[in-house]
Design a protein around this ligand. Structure first.
Ligand SMILES: *Cc1c(COP(=O)(O)O)cnc(C)c1O
Length: 402
C-alpha cells in the first residue's frame, strides 16, 4: 500500500481537489486509532479528547466492538427492512429495557433520528397540529427539517426557505415558550445539555416546566439525546440526568461506537401511529451496526462504568476550576456533566479560543471550540485519570503562552 506512506500534506492536497469543502479541517489525515489515541499520516500521535465528535465512547477500535462487527460481517452484512434481523431485535430490546420507551425506529444518523422524531410527533398528533418548537442555541442536524429546528440562524443562511412549521423559543424563558404554544403545536424539542452551542445545560426547573407545559397542552416532549445519550453525561440516557420523562428520544453518535447508527425511541401508544409505509430507511438497523450497538450498551451498563464516567467528569471539572485561579484572564469556569465538559472563557479567552484549540492540536491533543464560545472536552468514556492529567498539563502549557 504505497499510498498510505504519503504525508498529511500530500493527502490534504489530494483531498482538497475532490472533497466538497464544507468543513474546516485540521491539517492532519488520521489513519488509525486505539483507545483514546489516534495517529496521523506523518506518524504523529494525538490524545483524542473529542472521541471523534462525542462518538467513540468505548475508545477507538475497542476489541469487543471489533470482534462483534468482524463476526457479524462474516455472517450477514445487509438485508432490507422487508425482513427482520437478530442484532436489531437484541439492540432494541436492550434500549427499551432501560428507559420509558417501548419501541425503536433505527436509522443512520442524528439528523435522521430527529427527522423520525419530527415525523412521529406530527403523525401521532391531533389533526392540524404540526408545529415544532425548538430552543435558541439548539442543534438538531443538517437536513432541511432538522436545520429548520436548529435554533441557530447561522445554519440556515443560504438554504432558505426553511421548511414550514418550526419556531424557535428564547432559551430559559418558560413564559415566552408558553406564549408560542398554539393549537397547531405538536411538540417541543430540546437537548439535555446543548452540545454544539457550548455545553449549555438545561436548568432543572426549566426542563420540569417544559414537561409540565407539554402535559398542559397535550403536546410531545422530544429529547434530542444524539450527543448526551449513550453514557456521555454519566447516564445511559440524557433525560435521566433530570429525572424527567420525555415522550420521544433520539440517539446516534455513540450508539454504535463510530458505525453510522441512529434511533428514535418512543412509547407503544405514540409508536402505534407509525404503520407500514409511514417511514423507512434502507440501511436503518443494519446488522453490523447493531452488533456494535449491543457491545456499547453492554459495556455502558457493566458494573461501575457509568459511575466512573460521572466521577472522572466531576474530577476533570474540578481540575478545570483550578485553571480559573491560574488563568483568570482566560478561563471563567467549567460546566457540563459526565464526560461532556466545557471550559467557559473570558472575552479575551473567546478571542483566543480558536488559537487555543489549534495549539492543543499542535501539541497533540484534540479538543474543539464549541459554538465559538467554549472549549469542549468529550473524551472516550474509557479515558483514564492519567490521560485527563496529560490533557490538562498540555492545556496549562498552552494557556500560559497565550
Ligand atoms: C451531532 C448532533 C446531531 C446531528 O447528528 P448527525 O449524525 O450529524 O446527523 C443532532 N443533534 C445533536 C444534539 C447533535 O449533537
Amino acid at each position: 500500500m504505497m499510498e498510505n506512506r504519503q504525508s498529511n500534506a500530500e493527502w490534504k492536497k489530494r483531498a482538497d481537489q475532490v472533497i466538497v469543502g464544507s468543513y474546516t479541517r485540521y491539517p492532519a489525515v488520521i489513519v488509525e486509532g486505539q483507545g483514546c489515541r489516534v495517529k496521523d499520516a506523518n506518524g504523529k500521535s494525538y490524545l483524542d479528547f473529542l472521541a471523534g465528535i462525542a462518538v467513540t465512547a468505548l475508545g477507538h477500535c475497542h476489541p469487543k466492538v471489533t470482534a462483534a462487527i468482524t463476526e457479524q460481517t462474516a455472517k450477514l452484512v445487509h438485508i432490507s427492512n422487508l425482513w427482520y434481523t437478530t442484532p436489531m431485535v437484541e439492540l432494541a430490546e436492550m434500549l427499551v429495557a432501560n428507559c420509558f420507551a417501548d419501541k425503536v425506529f433505527f436509522c443512520n444518523s442524528g439528523a435522521e433520528a430527529n427527522e423520525a422524531a419530527i415525523k412521529m410527533a406530527r403523525i401521532a398528533s391531533a389533526e392540524g397540529r404540526y408545529k415544532i418548537i425548538s430552543l435558541e442555541g439548539s442543534f438538531h442536524g443538517r437536513t432541511l427539517a432538522t436545520v429548520a429546528a436548529t435554533g441557530q440562524p447561522r445554519f440556515h443562511k443560504g438554504f432558505e426557505p426553511m421548511p414550514a412549521g418550526f419556531v424557535c423559543a428564547p432559551f430559559g424563558d418558560l413564559d415566552a415558550l408558553e406564549k408560542m404554544v398554539d393549537d397547531e403545536t405538536c411538540a417541543i424539542i430540546c437537548e439535555a445539555i446543548q452540545g454544539e452551542s457550548g455545553v449549555r445545560p438545561m436548568p432543572q426547573e426549566y426542563i420540569e416546566g417544559i414537561r409540565a407545559l407539554c402535559d398542559k397542552y397535550g403536546i410531545f416532549l422530544i429529547f434530542d439525546e444524539v450527543q448526551t445519550g449513550m453514557g456521555r453525561i454519566g447516564h445511559l440516557f440524557g433525560h435521566e440526568y433530570f429525572g424527567v420523562t420525555p415522550d420521544i428520544i433520539t440517539l446516534a453518535k455513540a450508539l454504535a461506537n463510530g458505525l453510522p447508527a441512529g434511533a428514535m425511541l418512543t412509547t407503544d401508544k405514540i409508536a402505534a401511529k407509525m404503520v407500514p409505509g409511514s417511514h423507512a430507511s434502507t440501511f436503518g438497523g443494519n446488522p453490523i451496526v447493531c452488533a456494535a450497538g449491543i457491545v456499547v450498551v453492554k459495556e455502558l451498563l457493566s458494573e461501575g462504568f457509568l459511575e466512573d464516567v460521572r466521577d472522572k467528569g466531576a474530577w476533570m471539572m474540578k481540575r478545570l476550576e483550578d485553571f480559573v485561579q491560574r488563568f483568570p484572564d482566560l478561563i471563567t469556569g467549567s460546566r457540563g456533566s459526565g464526560l461532556l465538559v466545557g471550559a467557559t472563557l473570558t472575552e479575551k479567552g473567546i478571542e483566543h479560543g480558536a488559537e487555543i484549540v489549534n495549539r492543543m492540536f499542535e501539541n497533540g491533543v484534540l479538543i474543539n471550540f464549541a459554538g465559538g464560545k467554549v472549549l469542549r472536552f468529550a473524551p472516550p468514556l474509557i479515558v483514564t485519570r492519567d490521560e485527563i492529567d496529560e490533557m490538562l498539563n498540555v492545556l496549562g502549557e498552552v494557556l500560559s503562552k497565550i
